[in-house]
Design a binder for this molecule. Structure first.
Ligand SMILES: *Cc1c(COP(=O)(O)O)cnc(C)c1O
Ligand SMILES: [Zn+2]
Length: 419
C-alpha cells in the first residue's frame, strides 16, 4: 500500500482585492509579492486593506472559529489547529459586585495553545507559507512563542523564539520547547528581544511573526467579530465597552480595525462601536501614560516590572494603530497594581474561570473604572481574558490556597477536617 508522502494542504490562495497600506503615509503594496513589515517610504506600520469588507451575512453557514470569518481575512484558509470560537462566560458574582447591566468574559485562554495568539498565528503562518519563507521567528513574553512553536510545527517549518531570560512563565517555555522551537534566551527584556528579531527579519534571516506583522492582526480581528455576533444573538445589541489588557497593543489595534471595517461595510452603526478600554500594570504602563496625556505617541519605558509577565512591555509597537482606537471610540486606559491583578484573578477563579495574571488585568481595570465612576451601571461590558491559568502555574499557586498536609488514614483526614 502506498501512502501520500505529504498530506499537508497546499499554500492557500490570497483574497482578490486585498493589499497592504501604510497607516502613516497611505502608500500601498501588493500583499504577498515580497516580505515587508514596514512602509518602504516612511517606515510606518502596515495594515491589510480590502476593496470590499464583508457584512455578517457573508459569514452565515461557514462553521465556527477563526476561518468562519475568511471573507474578512486576506487568505481563504490557514494553518489551523483549529482556533477561535472561545466561550463568552457569564460571571454573575463579579457582575453583581460591580453593579453592571451586563458583564461577560471572553476567555481567549480556551484557544489551542491557551492564548489569543493562536488566532493571529493561523493567518500569519499561512502567509509565511504563501510567501515561501523557510524560517519563522518571534520575540515573546511567552504566549507568542508557544503559539508560533505549535503553528510552526504544524506547518513543518523551522521556528526560532527569542525570550527574555528568566522572565517567561513556566507553562509557556514548556510549550515552545515541546513543539520543537529553538529557544534563544536573551540577556535583556522583551523590548530588547523584539529589537533583535526585528533586525534579523530586516536582514532576511527569518520571517517575523510578532504583532508588527500585519497579517497576525487580521486573525485577531475575529475576537471582535465573535463578540459582536454572540452579543447580538443574546442581547439584540452590541456591547457598550470592551476592556482588554494591553502589551504591544496589537489586540487593541485589531479590535478597532474590526469595527472600522464593519462600519465601512454598513454592518455596524458608527454610533454603536464599543468603547475600547485598555488596561496595563502600573509597572509597565507607557500606553496608559500616553492616553492620560492625550498624546499620539508613546514614550518607551526602559525598565518595566509586573507579575503579569505577558504585558511586561515598555515599548508598545502597535501604539500608532491602537491609540486612535482608544480616542475614536471614546475609550480610556488605566493602570492597576499587581495586587489588584491577583485579586481579579481570584475573583474569576471563584467563578470557575481560570486565567493567567495579564488576563485578570482586564477585570482589575474594570473594577477600578467602576469605582471611579468612569464606567456606568447602565453599561454592557465584555472583558477579554487573554491567556489560560495553566500558562503561569507559579502565579496561580501563589494566588491560590495553601496545601494542607494530612496523615495517610481516613481517621487522620477526618480529624484534620474537624480542625
Ligand atoms: C500577548 C498577550 C497580551 C498582550 O496583547 P497585545 O496585543 O500585545 O496588547 C495580553 N495578555 C496575554 C495573556 C498575552 O499573551
Ligand atoms: Zn509610509
Amino acid at each position: 500500500m502506498t501512502v501520500e508522502a505529504d498530506d499537508r494542504d497546499p499554500p492557500p490562495d490570497g483574497r482578490e482585492g486585498s493589499w497592504l497600506a501604510c497607516v502613516e503615509c497611505g502608500t500601498t503594496f501588493p500583499p504577498f509579492a515580497a516580505v515587508r513589515y514596514r512602509c518602504d517610504e516612511c517606515s510606518g506600520l502596515l495594515e491589510v486593506r480590502y476593496a470590499d469588507p464583508p457584512t455578517f451575512e457573508d459569514f452565515r453557514g461557514r462553521g465556527r472559529g477563526v476561518w468562519r470569518y475568511a471573507p474578512a481575512l486576506p487568505l481563504e484558509s490557514g494553518v489551523s489547529l483549529p482556533e477561535g470560537d472561545t466561550p463568552l462566560h457569564r460571571v454573575p458574582d463579579i457582575r453583581e459586585e460591580l453593579d453592571l447591566r451586563a458583564l461577560r468574559v471572553k476567555h481567549e485562554g480556551m484557544n489551542p495553545t491557551g492564548s489569543f495568539k493562536d488566532r493571529g498565528m493561523t493567518v500569519g503562518v499561512a502567509v509565511a507559507r504563501r510567501v515561501g519563507v523557510d524560517r519563522l521567528a518571534c520575540a515573546s513574553t511567552g504566549n507568542t512563542s508557544a503559539a508560533l512553536a505549535a503553528y510552526g510545527a504544524r506547518a513543518n517549518m523551522e521556528t526560532l523564539v527569542l525570550l527574555p531570560a528568566g522572565k517567561v512563565a513556566a507553562g509557556k517555555v514548556a510549550q515552545a520547547a515541546l513543539h520543537g522551537a529553538r529557544i534563544l534566551e536573551v540577556d535583556g527584556n522583551f523590548d530588547t528581544c523584539l529589537d533583535v528579531v526585528d533586525d534579523l527579519a530586516t536582514r532576511g534571516e527569518a520571517y517575523l511573526l510578532n504583532s508588527l506583522n500585519p497579517f497576525r492582526l487580521e486573525g485577531q480581528k475575529t475576537i471582535g467579530l465573535e463578540i459582536l455576533e454572540s452579543f447580538r444573538e443574546e442581547y439584540g445589541t452590541v456591547p457598550d465597552r470592551i476592556v482588554l489588557p494591553v502589551g504591544n497593543a496589537g489586540n487593541t489595534a485589531a479590535l478597532y480595525k474590526c469595527f472600522r471595517e464593519l462600519a465601512a461595510a454598513g454592518a455596524l452603526d458608527p454610533d454603536d462601536v464599543p468603547t475600547l478600554t485598555g488596561v496595563q500594570a502600573e509597572g509597565a504602563a507607557p500606553f496608559v501614560e500616553a492616553v492620560e496625556a492625550a498624546a499620539d505617541e508613546v514614550r518607551r519605558w526602559p525598565e518595566v516590572e509586573t507579575r503579569a509577565t505577558a504585558i511586561r512591555i515598555g515599548n508598545p509597537v502597535n501604539a500608532p494603530k491602537a491609540l486612535p482606537g482608544i480616542y475614536e471610540t471614546g475609550g480610556t486606559a488605566v493602570a492597576v497594581s499587581d495586587e489588584e491583578i491577583t485579586a481579579a484573578q481570584r475573583s474569576l477563579a471563584a467563578e470557575g474561570v481560570g486565567v493567567e495574571p495579564a488576563s485578570a488585568a482586564s477585570v482589575a481595570g474594570l473594577r477600578r473604572l467602576r469605582e471611579d465612576g468612569v464606567v456606568g451601571a447602565d453599561e454592557r461590558v465584555v472583558c477579554l481574558t487573554t491567556g489560560h491559568l495553566l500558562k503561569d502555574p507559579d502565579a496561580a499557586a501563589a494566588a491560590g490556597a495553601d496545601t494542607e498536609p494530612v496523615p495517610g488514614t481516613t481517621e487522620g483526614v477526618l480529624d484534620h477536617l474537624k480542625g
